[in-house]
Design a protein around this ligand. Sequence first.
Ligand SMILES: Cc1cc2nc3c(=O)[nH]c(=O)nc-3n(C[C@H](O)[C@H](O)[C@H](O)COP(=O)(O)OP(=O)(O)OC[C@H]3O[C@@H](n4cnc5c(N)ncnc54)[C@H](O)[C@@H]3O)c2cc1C
Length: 288
Amino acid sequence: MNIILGGGISGLLLASLNKEESLILELQHEVGGLFATEEISGTNISIIPPIVSNPNFMEGLKYHEYNPRIISEKSKYLEDKICKECETFPLWLDFTGKKFWIDNFSEIISNLSKGVKIINEYPIIIKDKKIITNKGRSVIFDKIYNTISRKELFKLVGYSDPNLKSVSAFITILITKGEKEWDVYINGDTGIVFSHIIRKNIESDIFVNYIYSFFTSRLPDIKKVFSDLKRTHIFSRDEILAYRSHVIKDAILYGTPSIELDFIKNCGRLGLWKNISLEEAVDLVRKC
Ligand SMILES: Cc1cc2nc3c(=O)[nH]c(=O)nc-3n(C[C@H](O)[C@H](O)[C@H](O)COP(=O)(O)OP(=O)(O)OC[C@H]3O[C@@H](n4cnc5c(N)ncnc54)[C@H](O)[C@@H]3O)c2cc1C
């Protein structure tokens, strides 16, 4: 039996490609990881926007072109505002060039999850080829395919890798009404909590807006997000119809992993500890 840690796109694809028997352990009730969806104001919306540069990396994708009108303020301070120590920034923060928005990624996730065994548990002990979960289940494994934070996993098996660092993201998903003259708004001002807003029309005059506030130590306050939206004249209270927030603990990853263990095969963004895009994640799973 192979254990797959994490039921994001990497874990689900691994399970569907794996010819041997495998079991996914997933922390959340929903599968799909960052592309898991939730219903907001009657529309299914993923935690992050499914924007890609090449829409043909998987079969069955439905998509439309997304060529955002970009407005930037104080962009020369942006990299320092998000991460002073990072040498490179994720490609998913680059909105220039031709992009595509995948419309049916939740269907792809749901289809992938149909044929695989998933339990909503997470590992608390890994020892002698045995995993014990938070619900007391004990599973004997041949190999672990890891798509969760390798930092956390290695801690469980008694190693610490000080090279692995990350920046977290506080993501606010806003449903608003009314047009704007931009689709992506970028702000490098350190006095403003958020740095990026990515927006797309979901029905006639209604829009979904993904607001990214990156942080390393102190979790941003939703009140500060709202007050900065008002201060920058981006949205007034009466344009906002609904909102949700999510914390992504390891959003931007940096530092090079220094420990490898023979019974753990690291895959996915958190296993590889790389800022890979969705297209790269799918491609790399096939090679994992
Ligand atoms: C803020 C942000 C925006 C992004 N935007 C884009 C974009 O626009 N376009 C693009 O191509 N790429 C984007 N990416 C990258 C893209 O999200 C990843 O490449 C892709 O989601 C990788 O999938 P994954 O399955 O490897 O990881 P994840 O989607 O992170 O899945 C990991 C899974 O492991 C689970 N898990 C975590 N800990 C445990 C545990 N202890 N036990 C069990 N399960 C656990 C999680 O719940 C999750 O389901 C973005 C990434 C971030 C952080």
